[in-house]
Design a protein around this ligand. Structure first.
Ligand code: COA
Length: 260
């Protein structure tokens, strides 16, 4: 299984996907956007994959943005298509039925921060720089960045990062709620894999219900969202894993979840 411009590594239920264009700081061109979409489609269907980690190759960047060289040649109509292609791919990641962790190992700028924000959790190296610098190119974010940053960190942070275009460091990103955790760069892989292993041991169908409740619920009025949560609760209650989780608690043993 190979995808252009991506490296795939499987480790005990964890699939590590690396954007692999380190000489271009992993900038997202059209081929890479398509490849990411295909790779996440494949991972969604693969029962052996419980959790995904998304990162960038090399020591310097997660992803330094959409590929500016490729973008500069686009007509306005093709630019809109490029934006839609990126948005579709990122929505695919956001709506994955299993958790996706962004492991931010360096620059996460423009399309790179947009990519990190469509993941469910974000863990950053202490030297990482995160931002939406599109305004400095005379552009607006086109892969969902204005909307996801608004929803993730609120209006003040969204307006500051998009209007100024200046990146923030990992600690400020943590304070703004853009990333979940910051760790020393040398410990990033180990800390991310430990977090992923913790998720890989959880009940997959419960995690799927949680992802659905939060992703779908976020777009609904509260009463409808609460009803949706109850529907998910009832659905997940019917699984073998729910029986196992509750029985294990009552028997004071560790649960073993079978994804059924
Ligand atoms: N698109 C295309 N190529 C990119 C890129 C991008 N978004 N970001 C970096 N690259 C390329 C550079 O052109 C350079 O290629 P080259 O060696 O063939 O000239 C290579 O990656 C290394 O980048 P360089 O700029 O030399 O590294 P640096 O350490 O001096 O600076 C950054 C790092 C991240 C500050 C700088 O590359 C940058 O500002 N990138 C663009 C960020 C951006 O605006 N992203 C939003 C796009 S919408």
């Amino acid at each position: 299984m190979t995808f252009p411009h991506l490296l795939i590594e499987d480790l005990d239920g964890i699939r590590l996907v690396s954007v692999d264009r380190p000489d271009k700081l992993n900038a997202l061109d059209e081929a890479t956007l398509r490849s990411l979409h295909s790779a996440f489609d494949a991972a969604a269907d693969h029962d052996g994959v419980r959790v995904l980690v998304l990162t960038g190759s090399g020591p310097k960047a997660f992803v330094a943005g959409a590929d500016i060289a490729g973008m500069a040649a686009l007509s306005p109509a093709r630019a809109r298509d490029f934006s839609l292609l990126g948005q579709r791919m990122m929505r695919r990641i956001e709506r994955m039925p299993k958790p996706v962790i962004a492991m931010i190992n360096g620059f996460a700028l423009g399309g790179g921060l947009e990519l990190a924000m469509c993941c469910h959790l974000r863990i950053a190296a202490d030297g990482a720089k995160l931002g939406l610098p599109e305004v400095t190119l005379g552009l607006v974010p086109g892969f969902g960045g204005s909307q996801r940053l608004l929803r993730l960190a609120g209006r003040a942070a969204a307006l500051e990062l998009t209007l100024l275009g200046a990146p923030v460091d990992a600690q400020r990103a943590l304070a703004l709620g853009i990333v979940n955790r910051v760790v020393p760069a040398a410990e990033l892989r180990e800390a991310t894999l430990a977090l992923a292993a913790q998720l890989a041991a959880q009940a997959p169908l419960a995690m799927r219900g949680i992802l659905d409740a939060i992703q779908v619920g976020a777009g609904l009025p509260l009463d409808d969202a609460l009803e949706y949560e109850s529907a998910q609760f009832g659905l997940v209650f019917s699984t073998e894993d729910a029986r196992e989780g509750m029985s294990a608690f009552l028997a004071r043993r560790k649960p073993v979840f079978a994804n059924r």
